[in-house]
Design a protein around this ligand. Structure first.
Ligand code: C2E
Ligand code: MG
Ligand code: MG
Ligand code: MG
Length: 280
């Protein structure tokens, strides 16, 4: 009967849900072990000055090479870390590693680290950042922290204060994935960001006049607010050319380089000097 079919349907559905939940739990347990053993790696993707082709900064991106399942994308395991209460520890590891690695890079190159909104709720993030800088010896001006608007969705006042204290440390703050949220513009007025990273979805559609109009207004806004702008997900040289023509100075994407291990970064045209010096 249709009643039985409905019940069977429900059973199949719940069995599927259970399998999915079990898999997620297994992944969480394995992720906890991987973090414990410090197996999460950090790759770096260059941010390029479009006019000169020079590397201005590198973005640290977490990588998990699972023993049997292979590469698991951060979009997957960061969410698991957030749900499982592991993101503060994972975030600290990435931050410390990125600061240490930056000490081996040319002194005119900054390093950018992504922060989860949940890292604002854990132990004092400002202490954590201060500690990572002190431990590595990296100059504050060479560290950039990338946040998304999710930081403004919970505990807004408290998070805003934390952001202000971070900025007071001398690190710079970038608004990531700009333009895809619900009220990106309002967040630009809520905090004096140093940089906005325009989401890849705009770059994908840069051949449309509507997109060009939006990008032009972002460029104007950035000028007024004295913000630096990066275009994310640049894959084609025509896109880079259009970005340059629009006056967008910086680009990041597979056109220039995929995220790579520290040892694979190339520093052509940079002074060989390494270490803690501040970025002008
Ligand atoms: P995100 O911060 O916006 O980082 C940029 C993402 O775009 C990276 O994906 C990068 O590999 C990808 N990408 C860069 N250029 C191109 C391109 O030309 N084409 C395409 N298709 N993709 C490009 P990834 O490494 O998979 O990271 C995804 C997201 O995971 C990041 O987005 C960030 O939100 C998060 N994530 C990664 N590492 C960390 C971390 O250490 N901490 C936190 N909280 N989040 C992280
Ligand atoms: Mg980012
Ligand atoms: Mg982004
Ligand atoms: Mg993104």
């Amino acid at each position: 009967s249709s009643k039985n079919a409905g019940r069977n349907c429900f059973q199949v559905y719940s069995a599927e849900l259970k399998a999915e939940a079990d898999q997620r739990n297994v992944l969480e347990i394995e992720l906890r072990e991987a973090i414990w053993r410090e197996e999460i790696e950090v790759f770096y993707q260059p941010v390029i000055e479009l006019g000169t082709g020079r590397v201005k900064s590198v973005e640290a991106l977490a990588r998990w090479q699972h023993a049997t399942r292979g590469f698991i994308p951060p979009a997957e395991f960061i969410a698991v870390a957030e749900a499982g209460g592991l993101i503060v520890e994972l975030g600290n590891q990435v931050l410390s590693k990125a600061c240490r690695d930056a000490m081996t890079m040319p002194v005119d190159v900054r390093v950018a680290v992504n922060l989860s909104a949940l890292q604002f709720a854990g132990t004092d993030l400002v202490d954590t950042v201060r500690f990572a800088l002190a431990q590595s010896g990296l100059a504050q001006s060479r560290l950039e922290l990338e946040i998304t608007e999710s930081v403004f969705l919970a505990d807004t006042q408290e998070n805003l204060r934390t952001l202000q204290r971070l900025k007071a440390l001398g690190v710079s703050i970038a608004l990531d994935d700009f333009g895809v949220g619900y009220s990106s513009l309002s967040y630009l007025t809520a905090f004096p960001f140093d940089k906005v990273k325009i989401d890849k979805s705009f770059i994908d559609r840069i051949d449309r006049s509507e997109t060009v109009a939006v990008l032009k207004s972002i460029v104007q806004l950035a000028k007024t607010l004295k913000l630096s702008i990066v275009a994310e997900g640049v894959e084609a040289s025509e896109q880079a050319a259009r970005l340059r023509a629009l006056g967008i100075p910086l680009g990041q994407g597979f056109l220039f380089s995929k995220p790579v291990p520290l040892a694979d970064l190339s520093w052509q045209g940079h002074a060989p000097q390494r270490g803690r010096q501040a970025v002008a």
